[in-house]
Ligand binder design. Structure first.
Ligand code: CP
Length: 317
């Protein structure tokens, strides 16, 4: 493993971006830049995790994150095991900590966990010697999504100090929003939250962000619009009158894109609801980096896996 990488990162777990310093975030991003080069090779493999076992423990559905972690682990030459809730003994009542301890007893080195409960990865991290990486916990954080979003912004814009980044939509329920806010504020970016009052708790103001309820008034202010998924599963809670009205007030379409800065960066963590929070033309248009985010996720997750394992080994784990 690269010596410099091992020295600058000392955490065996990645639980959120709230607790990371600017230097730590930049170190992950710089490490990921090195790993991106591997993806361009005909043989996309590095030996950093040879002989290690990575476990994907997913209690909620995922397409991008789970596949991305699997590929990242494989590219680092680790063995990878997948467990989903429905096919595990969790359905028979086994506790999360017992599940983790049993898997650790089989030699698992790194547990990637997605869980519906905020704090589940932290609980597991306290209970295991293995590394724990949060792949999304309730509405709390999704740190690797935040890191890959920031990595993609930095690729497009360079240093993010003073850059203006908007997060649009359902902030209340979004772990992606929280990770973006913590990470971007640490890097000195100006962050704006845009959406209806019911989807942006006033308490977010304390995080040093701007809050806007009228999207059309701020279209030409921001350098990046990171558009969040409207969580259709929460629609029975009446958080906005209708999907049609949401699209009318907050949907990013060609007309609104034409009023943004030239070169504005359009992002979305996925999965997207086409025609609701974003139109087809914008999602697939030249300002969109949505698929680049997904590609970058692989390099970011390779960096995270290598850094946590390296820190664990340097602590004697
Ligand atoms: N962005 C994201 O977390 O997507 P998945 O739910 O498909 O992993």
């Amino acid at each position: 493993m690269p010596e410099t990488a091992a020295r600058a990162w000392t955490r065996k777990d990645l639980l959120g971006l709230e607790e990371l310093s600017r230097a730590e975030i930049e170190h992950v991003l710089d490490t990921a830049t090195g790993f991106k080069e591997i993806s361009t090779r005909s043989i996309k493999k590095a030996p950093a995790l040879r002989g290690k076992v990575v476990l994907n423990l997913f209690f909620e559905p995922s397409t991008r994150t789970k596949t991305s972690f699997s590929l990242a682990a494989q590219r680092l030459s680790a063995d990878i095991v997948d467990i989903v809730k429905e096919a595990s003994s969790a359905v028979k009542g086994e506790s999360l900590v017992d599940t983790g301890r049993n898997l650790e007893a089989m030699g698992v080195d790194i547990v990637i966990i997605r869980h519906q409960q905020a704090g589940a990865p932290a609980l597991l991290a306290r209970s295991l010697d293995a590394c724990v990486v949060n792949a999304g916990d309730g509405t709390h954080e999704h740190p690797t999504q935040g890191l890959l979003d920031i990595f993609t912004m930095r690729e497009k814009l360079g240093d993010l100090t003073g850059r203006k980044i908007a997060l649009v939509g359902d902030i209340t329920h979004s772990r992606v929003a929280r990770s973006n806010i913590w990470g971007l504020r640490s890097l000195g970016a100006e962050v704006g939250l845009i959406g209806p009052k019911t989807l942006i708790p006033g308490a977010f103001k304390e995080l040093g962000v701007n809050i806007h309820h009228n999207l059309d008034e701020v279209l030409d202010h921001y350098d990046v619009f990171n558009i969040l998924r409207i969580q259709m599963e929460r629609q029975n809670k009446g958080l906005f009158p209708s999907v049609r009205e949401y699209h009318y007030l907050y949907g990013i379409d060609s007309k609104r894109l034409s009023r943004m800065k030239s070169g504005v960066v359009i992002m979305h963590p996925g999965p997207i609801n086409r025609g609701i929070e974003i139109s087809h033309e914008v999602a697939d248009g030249e300002n969109s980096v949505i698929l680049r985010q997904v590609s970058n996720g692989l390099a970011v997750r390779m960096a995270v896996l290598m850094l946590v394992q390296s820190a664990r080994e340097s602590h004697g784990g």
